[in-house]
Design a protein around this ligand. Sequence first.
Ligand code: ADP
Ligand code: MG
Length: 708
Amino acid sequence: MMDMNIQYLQGVGPRRAALLKSELEIETVRDLLSQYPFRYIDRTSFHRIADIVPDQAYIQIKAAVKSVKLLGKKGDTLDPSSAPKGAVNRLSAIVEDDSGEIEVVFFKGIKWMVTRLVVGRVFVFFGKPSVFNGHINLVHPEVDDPDVSAKGGLSGVYASTEKLKNGGITGKVMAKLVASALDMVLPTLKDSLPDYILKEKGLVPLSFALRQIHFPTDQNSLAKASYRLKFEELFLLQLSLLKQKYVRSRIETGIQMNRVGEAFNLCYNSLPYQLTGAQKRVIREIREDMKSGRQMNRLLQGDVGSGKTMVAVLSSLIAVGNGYQACIMAPTEVLAEQHFANVSRYLEPTGVKVVLLTGATGVKARREIHSGLLDGSIGIIIGTHALIEDTVAFKNLGLAVVDEQHRFGVEQRAKLWNKGAGGVAPHVLVMTATPIPRTLAMTLYGDLDVSVIDEMPPGRKPVITNQFGENKRMALHKFMRDQIALGRQIFVVYPLIFESEKLDYQNLEKGYEEIVEAFPLPKYKVAIVHGRQTSEEKNFNMSAFAAGRADILVSTTVIEVGVDVPNASVMVIESAERFGLSQLHQLRGRVGRGSESSYCILMKGQKVSKESQKRLDLLCSTENGFVLAEEDMKMRGPGDLEGTQQSGLPIKLNIASLARDGLILSDARNYAAHILDDDPSLTSAKNTCLLEELRKDRYQVKDYSKIS
Ligand code: ADP
Ligand code: MG
């Protein structure tokens, strides 16, 4: 009955069915019952008007209409019957209860509201108080008759649209349809979770949950219902992701690397610093994977500067110590060169041969590298995408490290898989500096193991972050000159989010000219890097800056990924309000790598939305990338988070939220793992209903492990 077409439900019919489908994608009874109210109004408790303060969360008052006025743009009062079309700017009503009065304002839907708000009548107003001209008011509150209160005091509010309302499907009608669907379905409803799970996890039955989520009798029952539905949703999702992982780990064997090896110890013992606790923990996790006999598929997250390179080096040395080769891939030539310089230093005491291969490698050197890889004399190779060209073959590749995963495509990754020793896929370690909230990582990379470096090497100075308006540009230039006089270098970044956008490009050009004018030759040298340059031009300019031959680097976000210029101590971000939070954080991470104090200056445009301002304030308040990522997710929702757009979420969550339900998610994931431990393919009798649930379309999630 759940799958019955909605049109046959009492009170629907073909016309309303079409509307429900086009507006809310409701086709079946199940779809209708899965449209949970997005909010509940407690009809039994009201605020006193006298107690309302600005910036309160939503409030509900029961108040009588005292007066209603239509106002023009200049605040002039208009006559409702004769006001010319377009002259009315807003409706302002004064409403009162025993304690006082408050203004209620509408800018839209005025024609209807003016007939509804009859002086003397009592309504329930629900909204968020705001302040205008020093007075508290309610702008566009919901207006309800007091008698629509639900029996138990809580009444659900359903998502609606203008078209639905016009088509006669108001919130009230929606509630009626849901009620009749429940009456029809519940008596014979089979629970989607087996009894033993309900018992073990203390969950209420599905029929109770569905009834209560739509028509709660009280807060407590509503909480139980919502918990049950959230748990079920997250549990089935994790079950489906983990099941794939279990199946894969049994089919695909990996290269077993039993030893740590001498090279590892030689390198480890001559490190110029102590590894942080987080680095040690992550290396242990990787070591366990590599000796498990299963193929490692691990995502390593760590903020910019957290010391991921060292982890890559030590992991590579484990491979070498077991007689295998390792490769480390970077997204750009400059980064590959930088890695090569660093890694070579770390490897000196070990005698392991390491080489660099990029697009710039000459023909002769390339030939030598190819043969060194084939005969096994090269232990570690570092490079760009060029590394996975077809002509590159290894004697026995055992580990591939991929730095900054977002820049690597699916196909490139697939090629890597085919280069493993004896046809066995190499262990794969993907490193990213884009912190992804834990809950999102568990879902997005549900069957990938995730390690996190959540600790910075000691001694890093905080980056002093400030917001400047256009009126401070002169002060900014002075500050930049002072820093250059101290021998420091400066990044100036422009938003060029879509590199093809002409307007953005003009902004960059204009900005560059301005800088060149303010910082003229021969005293100052300014370099520029952007997406329209050839890669030679980009590399040339970037290297000039990295080598200290330019004082200022004007660029688009192409510098976002990984370049290390310890002498650069200032990051100026133009039109900072246009960047996303994690992007801003990444950019800021480019400075503060040296021993000097460093600065990040956020230049703001004229108009900054409330939301953007909140982002900038947050950035100024913390340097912890994970905190920022969590906040970003709360503000924008997980689907919009940077780095997740391409891959998207595996399923659309209906009731659970990755931003708010992290605890339920971890619990559901552990529980799913526990069930799969006993019954990996879910074939035992008590679990057959789970298998049935997983067959539903929404849980047919993609296998992300080989994509990330
Ligand atoms: P990431 O790649 O994670 O952004 P890096 O690996 O480039 O960071 O490390 C940043 C800097 O910190 C490097 O200069 C590195 O030598 C240094 N570093 C790494 N680990 C430590 C440590 N445990 N103690 C002190 N310095 C460290
Ligand atoms: Mg790095």
